[in-house]
Ligand binder design. Structure first.
Ligand code: ASP
Ligand code: MG
Length: 405
């Protein structure tokens, strides 16, 4: 019998009707002979609402009491889902993170799953009971509740699937992963199968379907993952499968175009040779918890000096500047805001150095200036003006034939 962990995200449990519909999908899978364990997120908007309530008392993410408040969102969903499954004539019971238990380490608000005990789930499933796990939560060694970081229910689901040797179906409000955001490019197409690494890059570059850590986990533990829509009728969602690179039949150079708005560019000009400016800069940024991307280091025009450029999210700009000024008081620091990042991602980029050049050309023809260009093995990102994002996404999507299936 096929074991499946089915995860339902916030919009899939966003109302009583949506919970009933999602429960119907579970009942249909059970009727098909699959053995299911279910993992649920909080109802959409609920985590933000609870975070706001904790905030009224000055508590933010990272406070143990904030985690207790946030975990309540998934607790409610788990109970309601178990009740909805009962309406479908199934036996079901809810499990909170500490009851499973899901063991965590790491800080409140951003804990990691250290391990989990799946015995209670096995026992329930063997007895014909559908277990429903509250996602996004676990218990720390000191006995306190922990949450796993925003979007963490995907990780709960991947971990449970690994523990049970099950496939992991992630239900959301779209029918899988698309070649780009369909709100920007209506010709965006659903991708049948994508590799873990491409999915990770798309997620890291702004695509929001899956939490990146859950994809890393699935890759490391060899969990078969699918993204499906819970908004369609049973069997109607074609979805996207996340697979090992070797398992993709169709070879594409570019798989998708992602974007992230509200980026800033930072440039540091300093003396070369004397000290290791790059190392000092990145250490300072890391301890200020600023994520850095698109790093370019070049010999500056002024002899004897070196130029280091990179992008950060706009919301981190102040923190980044403060940290850099403190760590490198003699370097010249400048910044530019109002920028965005567009990225093309594809496993086929590995062998194709010409794609970077053609990306320049495509954006240039659309009158879009590339401020910084950075490449990794399977991704090329360009920093451009914020208001050119939509044009850039459409131009690249067409240029790489992504609207042609
Ligand atoms: N409810 C949590 C969040 O909104 C976890 C999740 O939905 O995956 O981030
Ligand atoms: Mg999510």
């Amino acid at each position: 019998m096929t074991r499946v962990v089915a995860k339902f995200g916030g919009t899939s449990v966003g109302s009583v009707e949506r919970i009933r519909h999602s429960a119907g999908l579970i009942a249909a899978a059970v009727a098909d002979g699959e053995t299911l364990a279910v993992v649920v997120s909080a109802m959409s908007g609920e985590t933000d609402r609870l975070l706001g309530l904790a905030g009224e008392f000055g508590a933010a993410l990272g406070d143990e009491e904030t985690d207790v408040a946030l975990a309540a969102g998934e607790q409610v969903s788990a109970a309601l889902m178990a009740l909805a499954l009962r309406e479908h004539g199934l036996q079901a019971r809810s499990f909170l993170g500490w009851q499973a238990p899901v063991f965590t380490d790491g800080p409140p608000g951003a804990a990691r799953i250290a391990g989990m005990d799946s015995v209670a789930f096995e026992t329930a499933m063997d007895a014909g009971i559908v277990p429903v796990l509250a996602g996004y939560q676990g218990v720390a060694e000191n006995g306190r509740l922990r949450t796993l970081g925003r979007g963490g229910t995907d990780l709960s689901a991947a971990a449970l699937a690994a523990a049970l040797g099950a496939r992991c179906d992630i239900y959301t409000d779209v029918d899988g992963v698309f070649t780009t955001d369909p709100r920007i490019e209506p010709k965006a197409m659903r991708i049948d199968a994508i590799s873990h690494d491409e999915m990770l890059e798309l997620a890291a570059q702004g695509a929001k379907v899956l939490q990146p850590r859950s994809v890393e986990f699935a890759k490391a533990r060899d969990v078969r993952m699918r993204v499906l829509s819970s908004f369609l009728d049973a069997g109607a969602s074609k979805g996207t499968e996340i697979v090992a690179v070797g398992d993709i039949a169709e070879r594409r150079i570019v798989s998708g175009v992602a974007y992230a708005r509200d980026q800033a560019r930072l440039a540091l000009l300093g003396a070369s040779g004397k000290s290791d400016m790059a190392r000092q800069a990145f250490e300072a940024l890391a301890s200020a918890e600023v994520g850095v991307d698109m790093i370019v280091q070049a010999q500056a025009r002024t002899p004897g000096s070196v130029n280091l450029e990179f992008s950060v999210a706009h919301r981190d700009l102040d923190r980044a500047q403060t940290a850099l000024e403190a760590a490198l008081p003699n370097a010249q620091l400048s910044s530019e805001t109002g920028l965005a990042k567009v990225s093309v991602v594809g496993a086929g980029l590995r062998q194709r150095a010409d794609v970077a050049r053609s990306l320049f050309g495509v954006l240039g023809e659309s009158g879009i200036v590339v401020k910084v260009l950075a490449t990794s093995e399977i991704k090329i990102s360009a920093l451009i003006e914020n208001d050119a994002v939509e044009r850039a996404v459409r131009a690249l999507h067409a240029a790489y034939g992504l609207d042609q299936g």
